[in-house]
Design a protein around this ligand. Structure first.
Ligand code: KIV
Length: 268
């Protein structure tokens, strides 16, 4: 899958996108036929034990993106650029984004977007780095905006609409809209020719994205706009408890898990 294939899907069936952060999960997601795998900076909260996305580093993103890319055959793999890896210095931003393609084998990058990413998006696209924009709730701004719904008044909604158009004009191949009102997401989706991919943005986007840990039921808390289709955490709890019980009772390892060598009979 290429960024162009996603851009061309704007009028077709809904685009599916999920996060993944490791090879085994990416393999399952890819084999299920999901269109886009995002190595989200939600890596920070979901895998690395941080309480926000802010501490995630470029090295961590590159390492996890490379693991996902190694296990993915069909889906488009996107690396989410972490806090302060772009936006401050143009050269450094290009180098950091370029690393995700050159070193980690991503097919493109996602940038939490704003007025500061319009020109950068244009430059990255000109250099051959496909960019997915991201507007609405952008968790890297949590110290400024909190983790709340965005675009809830006319001023906020108009700003999102204008920035969406500016990023389309700059060459972004798609746009994530996070936690914005359904009617705003519908208006943006109607206005743009690139696909919109919603998370907590209602059904009128061209696609949907969720965090995989919530979808499979592994996380302890789930966003109000998300849903679980599985109980992986429950399954893990049962497996770990079963292992503990069988080791403590002596039931594991059993005869079939061990081997005996007559040649080392006299070892002491
Ligand atoms: O980091 C992430 O997982 C994201 C998605 C929620 C869009 O940015």
């Amino acid at each position: 899958m290429r960024a162009k294939d996603i851009r061309d899907k704007a009028d077709g069936e809904s685009i599916t996108m999920l996060t993944a952060y490791d090879a085994p999960t990416a393999k399952v997601v890819d084999e299920a036929g999901i269109d886009i795998i995002l190595v989200g900076d939600s890596l920070g909260n979901t895998q690395l034990g941080y309480d926000s996305t802010l501490p995630v580093t470029v090295d961590e993103m590159a390492s996890h993106t490379a693991a996902v890319a190694r296990a993915t055959e069909n889906a488009l793999v996107l690396a989410d650029m972490p806090f302060l890896s772009y936006g401050a210095d143009r050269g450094e931003a290009i180098e950091n984004c370029g690393r995700m393609l050159k070193e980690a084998n991503a097919d493109g990058v996602k940038l939490e977007s704003g007025p500061h990413t319009v020109e950068l998006t244009e430059r990255l696209v000109a250099l051959g780095i496909p960019v997915q924009a991201h507007l609405g709730l952008t968790p890297q701004h949590e110290n400024e905006t909190g983790l709340f719904r965005q675009g809830t008044d006319m001023e906020g909604a108009e700003e999102i609409l204008e920035l969406a158009e500016a990023h389309e004009a700059a060459g972004a191949f798609s746009l994530v809209l996070e936690h914005v009102p359904t009617n705003l997401a519908a208006a943006v989706s109607k206005r743009l020719s690139i696909p919109t991919i919603g998370i907590g943005a209602g059904p009128d986007c061209d696609g949907q994205v969720l965090v995989v840990d919530e979808v499979i039921g592994r996380s302890t808390d789930t966003a109000p706009f998300s849903r679980s289709w599985g109980d992986v955490r429950g399954e893990m709890e049962r497996a770990v408890a079963g292992y503990k019980e069988d080791v403590e009772s002596g039931e594991f390892p059993a005869e079939e898990h061990t081997h005996h060598e007559s040649g080392v009979e006299d070892v002491y």
